[in-house]
Design a protein. Structure first.
Length: 399
């Protein structure tokens, strides 16, 4: 920020760095007053770091061998299940919808590590009976994992594939901004706590249980989430189908006639049609990373919006990754062999070859009749503003 200083020295501090702005006050030469130097805090920070003050606190992770505790959230889960007529159970890291009429049986001998409520519902023969007898939904998940419970004759359930609707979220959470983190499973929801003064993301399981850290979710569902690309690929396919770029904005162009108006009558008479070109996109190892998928979406959506379905020339190892996105992809090899293959395919089709990079964000054409002497005559103060206005007036976003 530019600070206007009426007189005297001013010291602006940010993150322990001092910047003297006294000589910049009001554009005048203001005599600086002596500033007493303070002892650098670098040594104090280093000392604190050495003593471990900045170490990250240990993140809580769920223990599958520890019985669940009764709290308001867990009791509300049981009440909701009785009201809806089904329970959402987490079994071996997977979530499933199970009817309350599902039959079950508990072990006849007392388990070595039972919950405090176990004796109250151990005689139950259905999930409904167990919940009405004081069991929590989490108790059933725990008992199944410990081998205290089995479903008879077999578990009949429906896998949960969609996130929990917002109307069923726990209180104090609003929807998050933008799309969910890519590592988050597709059937989990995410939001932001409204009861916290700082920005605190919260992740909501299909059962309504809330978590705050990736490490906790990994321990809960017993799965490593770092290598997941399915959510990114699904988002990419959605944007391509809608002819949108990576940010979700629809692809728009200026009218072709605006560009062709810059051609002479003779030039316009021999304009080729789009089907006289063979459009190629050369790419490799980009369909499994966020930066690569961003470029793929931006290029493919722009070509499709112009009525062009290009051929993607990719490396053999990534061929199926590109095809999974709905792209017309063939093996092209490395950069030079891929470009040569595109040329040979165009020659075989009797078409001109147009080759495009896989990270293009758009095409612009500028047609300007800017009067440079008149622009310079405006002086330094107005010249930049006038030039920028002229730049925007003459820009055409083309297909």
């Amino acid at each position: 920020q530019l600070l206007t200083v009426a007189c005297g020295p001013l010291e602006c501090r940010r993150w322990g760095v001092g910047v003297g702005l006294g000589s910049l006050a009001m554009g005048k030469n203001v005599q600086k007053a002596p500033v007493k130097k303070k002892k650098s805090s670098t040594s104090k920070i280093a000392k604190a770091a050495k003593q471990g003050y900045f170490k990250r606190s240990k993140i809580w992770t769920p223990d599958k061998n520890r019985p669940p505790t009764s709290n308001k959230q867990s009791r509300d889960e049981a009440k909701t299940a009785l009201k809806k007529g089904f329970a959402i159970l987490e079994l071996n890291g997977k979530f499933a919808r199970v009817s309350l009429s599902q039959k079950l049986s508990f072990t006849s001998s007392c388990p070595s590590n039972p919950t405090l409520r176990f004796d109250g519902y151990r005689e139950a023969q259905t999930i409904r009976h167990a919940l009405e007898s004081g069991a929590l939904v989490r108790d059933l998940c725990y008992d199944f994992g410990q081998g205290y419970l089995k479903f008879v004759p077999a578990l009949k359930s429906t896998p949960i594939t969609q996130p929990l609707p917002f109307a069923e979220w726990p209180p104090g959470i609003r929807p998050g901004d933008g799309h969910a983190p890519w590592w988050l499973p597709a059937n989990w929801a995410w939001g932001v706590k409204t009861t916290c003064k700082t920005y605190l993301p919260v992740y909501i399981a299909p059962s309504g249980r809330t978590f705050y850290h990736q490490e906790t979710i990994e321990a809960f569902i017993q799965e490593n989430l770092n290598d997941r690309v399915d959510r990114m690929a699904e988002y990419a396919m959605q944007q391509i189908a809608k002819r949108c770029d990576w940010t979700g904005e629809p692809v728009k162009f200026d009218a072709d006639g605006k560009l062709f108006a810059n051609l002479s009558k003779q030039e316009r008479a021999i304009l080729p049609s789009p089907d006289e070109f063979h459009f190629c996109v050369v790419s490799a190892r980009r369909a499994t990373m966020q930066s690569g998928l961003r470029g793929i979406v931006n290029v493919q959506s722009r070509l499709l919006a112009a009525g062009i379905n290009p051929m993607w020339y990719v490396d053999a190892e990534s061929l199926e990754d590109y095809r999974r996105l709905g792209l017309n992809a063939v093996v092209g090899g490395k950069l030079t062999p891929a470009r040569n293959k595109g040329l040979r395919d165009a020659a075989r089709l009797g078409k001109a070859c147009v080759q495009v990079s896989d990270d293009i964000s758009g095409w612009s054409f500028f047609k300007s009749d800017l009067d440079v002497p008149a622009l310079r005559a405006k002086g330094d103060g107005k010249m930049l503003k006038a030039a920028n206005q002229a730049l925007h007036r003459c820009e055409m976003v083309i297909s």
